[in-house]
Design a protein around this ligand. Structure first.
Ligand code: HEM
Length: 422
């Protein structure tokens, strides 16, 4: 074993490691293992944040939603958490409000009811031919094989086009959508410098203005799309949603519905490249694609971490957590817990409990878009594996580098080569 250097995280105590250290965020797996083994509920002394890392304890916290609240909006852009330059820009837009992800029952249930129908398994099944058509159109761009960037040529445009179609925005606006997503992702990551934060805030204001106009258009003349559904929705005779609430929901759908699914698709191909036995297994039996989807979700866990805030003094895993503490539920660490998934770092599509992962969370905040994400991944992997073979990293290319983002795990580029299947 190599002798640890002073910079080597494995040589330092957990207390000496910052959960926001970019190096740890880029390569967190050994850190996660240590958290699970040494301190499944660990208070980070630098920030006072409680890190929860085993499968059992993460699911226990998720299910106790009255104690572990999702009203963590203030960490992700509440005025008190932001530099004044960012607050100045944000003032030009609509005020942030808490809807699905950042709300608790009963409000959260009310918002969920509005969007659940749009993303139900039945409705998503009907979308399959459209998702397939988008995938087929994208692979036209590299039908002859060769060198491509899988992220920008396939994974990102597939998920972006699907969600933009669902929201009912024209394809010509897709590049703008991509920029907005990058802005939201940077804000969520909480790692950006001031200039990037100001830029992200400007993009969010742009996004709000664009959608405020679309909402008004649909208010006057509804169409068959989610913007119209949201603007005209009423639940149990309550008032309809106001513009900031609609914008908050649309923002969640855009980011959650786009970035995470794109990451899962690109991570999946990267995992297959590094596991040729599994690539061969699935390629020879495409019936295994749904199991591949689940195993990729477990190992990639694109929503690597999620916040909670305690509403009262509590105890988890034998550790006292005071009221109003920020907790980081480490879904990615839980999904590699050997107590739940033997040989957890291995991609194994034949794993017995392949669908037991919590990549979509669990309980009342279970991902609204899970059926859509699974469908996009199934169509995406099936199309690539049916049409191409010889997946490999481009000669001389460095392995993809993950973004240092506290919540979302993913990379911006995957330079690969592939050949049409003979
Ligand atoms: C592979 C892709 C995806 C992953 C890994 C993922 C992951 C998650 C996770 C872990 C949560 C729970 C957060 C918590 O516990 O607080 C969540 C919630 C959510 N997801 Fe996804 N998601 C994905 C795709 C999508 C898609 C396609 C959409 C929309 C079309 C979407 C919309 C949402 C929304 C709105 C919530 C908040 C629900 C609530 O709090 O009630 N997600 N997602």
């Amino acid at each position: 074993m190599a002798t640890p250097t002073p910079n080597d995280a494995s040589a330092r105590s957990l207390d000496a490691l910052s959960p926001f250290d970019p190096e740890l965020l880029r390569d967190p797996w050994d850190y996660y293992r240590r958290l699970r083994e040494e301190a499944p509920v660990h208070r980070d002394p630098g920030t006072g944040i409680f890190l929860v890392s085993t499968y059992e304890l993460v699911t226990e916290a998720i299910r106790d939603f009255e104690t572990f609240s999702n009203r963590f909006g203030r960490v992700m852009g509440g005025a008190s958490a932001l530099p004044k330059e960012v607050v100045e820009v944000a003032k030009e837009g609509y005020p942030p409000v808490d809807t699905m992800l950042t709300a608790d029952p009963p409000e959260q249930r009310r918002f969920r009811k509005l969007v659940n129908k749009a993303f139900s398994v039945g409705r998503v099944d009907k979308l399959e031919p459209r998702i397939q058509a988008i995938a087929d159109e994208l692979i036209q761009g590299f039908a002859g094989g060769g060198a491509i960037d899988l992220t920008t040529a396939f994974a990102q445009p597939l998920s972006l086009t699907v969600i933009a179609d669902q929201l009912g925005v024209p394809r010509k606006d897709l590049p703008t959508f991509r920029r907005w997503t990058d802005g939201f992702v940077a804000q969520l990551g909480q790692m950006a410098d001031l200039e990037t934060q100001v830029e992200s805030a400007k993009m969010i204001v742009e996004f709000q203005r664009y959608f405020a106009e679309r909402l008004e258009e649909r208010r006057q003349s509804p169409r068959e799309d989610i913007i119209s559904d949201i603007v005209h929705a009423t639940v149990e005779g309550e008032r309809s949603l106001d513009v900031p609430e609609c914008l908050s929901i649309l923002q969640q759908l855009l980011v959650a519905g786009n970035e995470t699914t794109a990451s899962a698709l690109a991570e999946g191909i990267w995992l297959l490249i590094r596991n040729p036995d599994q690539l061969e297994l699935v390629q020879n039996d495409l019936e295994r694609v749904p199991a591949l989807v689940e195993e990729v979700l477990r190992l990639a866990t694109p929503t690597a971490n999620m916040w909670r805030v305690t509403t009262k003094d509590t105890r988890l895993g034998g550790v006292d957590i005071p009221a109003n503490s920020m907790c980081l539920l480490r879904y990615a660490a839980a999904n590699r817990d050997p107590e739940k998934f033997p040989d957890p770092d291995r991609l194994d599509v034949d794993r017995e409990n392949v669908a037991d992962h919590i990549a979509f969370g669990a309980g009342i905040h279970f991902c609204v878009g899970a059926a859509l994400a699974r469908k996009e991944m199934t169509v995406g992997f099936r199309t690539l594996l049916e049409r191409f073979e010889g997946f490999r990293l481009q000669p001389g290319a460095a392995p993809p580098e993950h973004r240092p983002n506290i919540l979302l795990w993913g990379f911006d580029s995957l330079p690969i080569e592939l050949s049409p299947r003979s």
